[in-house]
Design a protein around this ligand. Sequence first.
Ligand SMILES: [Zn+2]
Length: 103
Amino acid sequence: MTTPELAHKVCELRPLLPKHACVNGKGSTFAAVIQHTPIIHLLEHVVVDILTEQSSATDKIFVGTSEWVDYDAGRGRVEVSYCDDLEAIAAFKSAEELINTLL
Ligand SMILES: [Zn+2]
């Protein structure tokens, strides 16, 4: 799970994260849950943030979902929309590195 400290650190690097539209039980943006949400949910939003920033398709809106596959084993699934598979793979790798660096 994220913590307020992790949320603060990641928002310093990705300041638009709290403004992402987000389907959750507490509000309409990611800000409502960013301080206490599964890491895979954070990964989803960081990937979307990177895709939005880096994609050559400037008029596209990227969306994602995340869910636990096996919560006890710490395995989850994150899916995102994308225009270019290589950009999507690079975004996942960058997001993973960012989060692992902060953890
Ligand atoms: Zn969300």
